[in-house]
Design a protein around this ligand. Structure first.
Ligand code: KIV
Ligand code: ZN
Length: 421
């Protein structure tokens, strides 16, 4: 929808199609519509709404999304058969900007072992189905499946043929997540420079994360000239998932001065979108997930907390506000330092004299060794004890610890002071 410029990377979100294909991630039409509305707010360029031939429910979900969403292209997936293409068109034709997406294998392993066809038959079928789709819709994407493992000359021939048949978007998928970034970048570069008519098409990529390289491969493809990326919220998708939208988008933003590329995403909607997808799929995000994991902006060790409290730049390469969070988290654990402890007390409005702060800190160290994390409630109790108003129970489920530190604790505390300040 947006004007093409060499610096613009278009974001194609396939959370509702490839993402929803993950085992146990089923979304009903209402949930799909809620996610599509949030994707619209996020500012994605294309929403892949589903695979309409697969079930009446998915057809309905695609149709409702196509009717309602404005500002983004709405697409859906078809195999290279007329019945699938008719189902896609039936579901998305009322979109403001509809697109038919056709997939057909290109690697010899798929052609022989999955399709039982010859290369010639596959290319002919693909071209016929692209022409058929073009008779319905002026926007047709062709995905030569398993391009990452295909013979490069046959891949180039396929791409040329599909562009000649009317495909205006060519997607290069690393379906099995097999490629190295250097290899995948080279495939994309050779296709773009080698396929006749490539200047008429927009080149897209679709990477899987089987070896943890989906984002790296996507970046390599962008560097090689691809200008559309297929990705999913929280990186969900078949097997180990797809390129994670939040990672590739923040990569473009954080390293903008190096890469010189832009996309139209409102990054402040990222956290809200990630949480909605986690809630509706019933699948929480792993805590250490880049950008959207619970720990992505949390600091727990004394050295890091002290650094962040002095200046965020010491340990944060992006601002939590940029992804829609209000702040970083200073998590209090047994590895925390006194600076973080005082900071959290201050945030609770608790001011202690130096002497009482010392007592509170000793108590904190004792309790912290018995718990994973010290909560605000624990802090209030610790402060009350230091003020002489507490009953000694800090919410750890154990009897009160003695005020008389034993030698071991004393040595540990002295070491903490020396290391963390
Ligand atoms: O992984 C894949 O190849 C796909 C295609 C439909 C693009 O999901
Ligand atoms: Zn895929």
């Amino acid at each position: 929808m947006t004007e093409r410029s060499p610096d613009r990377v278009f974001i194609f979100d396939t959370t509702l199609r490839d993402g929803e294909q993950s085992p146990g991630f089923h979304l009903d039409p209402n949930s799909k519509l809620r996610i599509a509305r949030q994707l619209e707010k996020l500012g994605v360029d294309v929403i892949e709404a589903g695979f309409p031939i697969s079930s009446p429910g998915d057809f309905e979900a695609c149709r409702r999304i196509a009717r309602e969403i404005r500002g983004a292209t709405v697409t859906a997936l078809a195999r290279a058969v007329q019945e699938d293409i008719d189902a896609v068109w039936g579901a998305i034709k009322e979109a403001e900007s509809p697109q038919i997406h056709i997939v057909l294998s290109v690697s010899d392993v798929h052609i022989e072992r999955k399709l039982g066809m010859t290369r010639e038959q596959v290319i002919k079928r693909g071209a016929e189905m692209v022409s058929y789709a073009r008779s319905l819709c002026e926007n047709v994407e062709y995905s030569p499946e398993d391009a990452g493992r295909a013979d490069i000359d046959y891949l180039i021939e396929t791409v040329e043929t599909m562009i000649a048949a009317g495909a205006n978007v060519i997607n290069i998928p690393d379906t099995t997540g097999y490629c190295l970034p250097s290899e995948f970048g080279e495939i994309v570069r050779r296709v773009i420079t080698g396929a006749r008519g490539s200047e008429k098409a927009l080149f897209s990529v679709h990477c899987h994360n089987d070896l943890g390289l989906a984002v790296g491969n996507t970046l390599a493809a962008i560097s090689a000239g691809a200008r559309r990326v297929e990705c999913t919220i929280n990186g969900i998708g078949e097997r180990a998932g797809n390129t994670s939208l939040e990672e590739i988008v923040m990569l473009l933003k954080v390293r903008q001065s190096k890469l010189g590329l832009e996309c139209g995403i409102d990054t402040t909607e990222i956290t809200r979108t990630s949480r909605l997808v986690a809630e509706l799929t019933g699948t929480p995000v792993q805590p250490n997930k880049a950008v959207v994991g619970a720990n992505a902006f949390a600091h727990a060790s004394g050295i890091h907390q002290d650094g962040v409290l002095k200046d965020r730049l010491n340990y944060e390469i992006m601002k939590p506000e940029d992804v829609g969070l209000s702040d970083s988290r200073i998590v209090l654990t047994a590895r925390s330092g006194r600076h973080a402890f005082r900071h959290r007390l201050t945030r609770l409005g608790i001011e202690l004299t130096e002497a009482k702060a010392d007592i509170a800190w000793q108590r904190f160290l004792q309790v912290a060794d018995t718990k994973k994390e010290i909560t605000d409630e624990d802090l209030r109790k610790i402060a009350a004890i230091a003020e002489g108003n507490g009953n000694g129970h800090e919410g750890n489920g154990h009897p009160p610890v003695t005020d008389q530190l034993n030698d071991h604790n004393h040595v540990a505390d002295t070491l903490r002071h020396l290391i963390f300040g």
